[in-house]
Write a protein that binds this ligand. Structure first.
Ligand code: M6R
Length: 613
């Protein structure tokens, strides 16, 4: 995700900004930039790609070294592709501003500003904030706290802003809502950052700004406000070391990304699910109404974890929207001779948007039918090849084992299925409203599940000596079993096979004995619950060990009658169950790998993005 660094003091700001941005590189980005305030002038430097490009651009300009006040940013594209024009800082008059987050009402703000004569250079949501802040500063005779308060009133969504203006060469203006921002305190100097990692080299004394705080700082003083009142905030001392801090205090990216999931869900819903649940926006397919009504069938193509998410998606499209849907692994699909018609829809799901086999599927289909991409990376090859592309807003996924991408892919397909169902009149307004309202509970429920991860950690301890696993599920729990098995094998190197629970007796049951662990995902919906329980009795009869993950807390006794261990997750509705039951499986894989001392974030033989066949 994007990163912010700011500095005001007496040292050369450029070096501090660049070294701070380097510390944030792990978050993933596709462009970077700095703005330096010097002699009542803003110098702007931006570059696409790695930070080294920005470093090379700035290293030849000695004058930049004289500035002791500036702001820097690494951008991970959301609104507008990765380009120099879209890179931050954005400028309005003599003001430069950087932003993390998403301004949800930027389109209307932009329209209004354009009507007032403001010119826009980028496709970003951020540029509106630069224009608004500059406008308010001029209007309010440079009273920064008033201008910041007005900006916060106008802007909807999540943001961390840092700005500097040529009229006040050592001043930084900052504001935050639902996006982190901290202020580091030095000797007659202040640092600003979206993540403590960026400034840990210089200071350990920090203020964590609270939601809706805004502040004005120069090299000597800081004034923090909230809702028009001056406030004081505690100073905390950071005790982490730098390596830990880059993972936000987590031991590995995988577990950090597992814990990022509540936020990933909120970000994916942001701008799509509006406060009133009556409607929801999927702007990417806003003009597809006629095609959706005429859809004949859907085909989803993906690899690995994305293929599992696609199987969850099939369930959504068929059960909610009543559209026939089938799913295929991209590496198989690409060598077939598929038959497509104009009213078919091909959906390709890929976290990276760069998986060679998945891209080949689109090349194979060409323009025979409608194509939709679901990807986590804006501007990726997938997003450019398809007719429309839906972005999961999971943020950069660094760990090779995919976690937050999976649940956001499933969520996007859930939203699509609801939209299709609405357009095809397959869902009544009350049911639609209920399901949209259920979706708003998803993030906090995942948070709740993660709070009890110590239960799963104990399981990992208990089963540490076991070498063979079966993961079972029926219906939509089957792809979850596949995903649980993939996660475990990727990061632990243990043998783990995912199976439809009903298939066990057709062969694999021959392998069950006391040395084999069966992990079963048992959803409360009937007939899946009873049928899966019967399959587990067959395992129990052969003295296999059984761990059950279920949302059927009211049937705990029945579950305990077959399970050696039981993890219960909350129930919201049947469509959300696959997402919730995935969380303990991710934690189980992670904790087992950690206890086995595996190289979790980069497992042997694996690559994050498989760009070869
Ligand atoms: O970037 P993609 O979603 O297209 O990647 C697909 C698979 O390579 C990926 O999901 C892989 O299976 C992960 N390592 C799973 O954790």
């Amino acid at each position: 995700m994007c990163g912010i660094v700011g500095y005001t003091g007496s040292k050369p700001a450029l070096n501090i900004l660049i070294s701070g941005l380097e510390k944030l590189e792990y978050r993933g980005y596709d462009s970077a930039g700095v703005a330096l305030n010097l002699n009542h002038q803003i110098s702007l430097e931006r570059a696409v790609g790695r930070l080294i490009n920005l470093k090379n651009n700035t290293s030849t300009k000695a004058k930049l070294q004289d500035s002791a006040c500036g702001i820097g940013h690494t951008r991970w594209a959301t609104h507008g592709g990765p380009s120099e024009i879209n890179a931050h800082p954005h400028v309005s008059g003599g003001l430069a501003l950087v932003h993390n987050g998403i301004i949800e009402n930027y389109q209307i703000l932009r329209k209004n500003l354009e009507a007032e004569g403001y010119k826009f250079n980028s496709e970003t949501d951020t540029e509106v904030a630069a224009h608004l802040l500059n406008k308010y500063l001029i209007k309010d005779h440079n009273l920064p706290e008033i201008a910041l308060a007005k900006l916060m009133e106008k802007v909807e969504g999540s943001f961390a802003f840092v700005a500097t203006c040529d009229r006040n060469p050592d001043q930084l203006l900052v504001a935050r809502r639902a996006s982190p921002l901290i202020i580091g305190i030095g000797e007659k100097e202040f640092y600003v950052a979206s993540d403590v990692t960026a400034i840990l080299e210089y200071t350990r004394q920090v203020i964590y700004l609270e939601d809706n705080d805004y502040a004005v700082l120069d090299s000597n003083q800081i004034a923090i406000y909230n809702a028009g009142q001056k406030v004081t905030r505690d100073i905390s001392t950071i005790k982490w070391d730098l390596t830990q801090a880059q993972r936000g205090g987590f031991a590995h990216f995988m577990i950090k990304e597992i814990f990022d999931q509540p936020k990933a869900i909120n970000d994916t819903l942001s701008g799509r699910l509006v406060a009133s649940h009556a409607d929801f926006k999927l702007l990417e397919i806003a003009d597809w109404a006629t095609q959706i009504k005429d859809l004949h069938r859907i085909k989803i193509i993906a690899c690995g974890t994305a293929w599992h998410a696609a199987q969850v998606g099939k369930h959504y499209f068929e059960r909610i929207a009543r559209i026939p849907c089938d799913v295929e692994v991209a590496s198989e699909f690409r060598y077939q001779e598929p038959i497509f018609q104009g009213n078919d829809l091909l959906i390709c799901v890929s976290q990276s948007g760069e998986t060679a086999d998945t891209l080949a599927a689109i090349d194979l289909i060409g323009s025979q039918c409608l194509t939709l991409g679901i990807t986590n990376v804006l501007g990726s090859s997938l997003s450019r090849k398809v007719k429309a592309s839906m972005l999961t807003q999971a943020g950069p996924e660094i760990s090779v084992a995919s976690t937050k991408a999976f649940i956001t892919q499933a969520l996007v397909m859930y939203l699509l299925a609801l939209k299709f169902a609405k357009l095809r009149e397959q869902i009544n307004p009350e049911e639609l409203e209920k399901q949209l309202s259920d979706i708003t509970l998803l993030s906090s429920t995942i948070h709740e599940i993660l709070q009890s991860n110590s239960e799963v950690e104990k399981l990992a301890d208990k089963y540490l000596d076991y070498k063979n696993y079966f993961f079972l599920g029926r219906g939509v729990a089957f792809p979850i079993a596949l995903e649980g098995a993939l996660k475990l094998k990727e990061v632990t190197y243990l043998s783990a096979q995912g199976y439809p629970a009903g298939e066990l007796k057709h062969g694999p049951i021959a392998l069950i004995d006391p040395s084999v662990v069966t992990v079963a995902v048992v959803q409360k919906e009937e007939p899946y619950f009873s049928k899966t329980l019967s399959n587990l009795s067959e395992v129990k009869a052969r003295k296999g060990k059984i761990i059950v993950i279920s949302d059927a807390s009211e049937r705990e006794e029945e579950l305990r009658s077959v399970a050696d261990d039981l993890i219960l997750v909350p129930f919201i509705n049947h469509f959300i169950t696959p997402i919730l039951t995935t969380i303990p499986l991710q934690v189980f894989a992670y904790e087992t790998a950690r206890k086995l001392g595996r190289e979790i974030d980069c497992p042997r033989n694996l690559a994050k993005s498989v760009t070869v066949e």
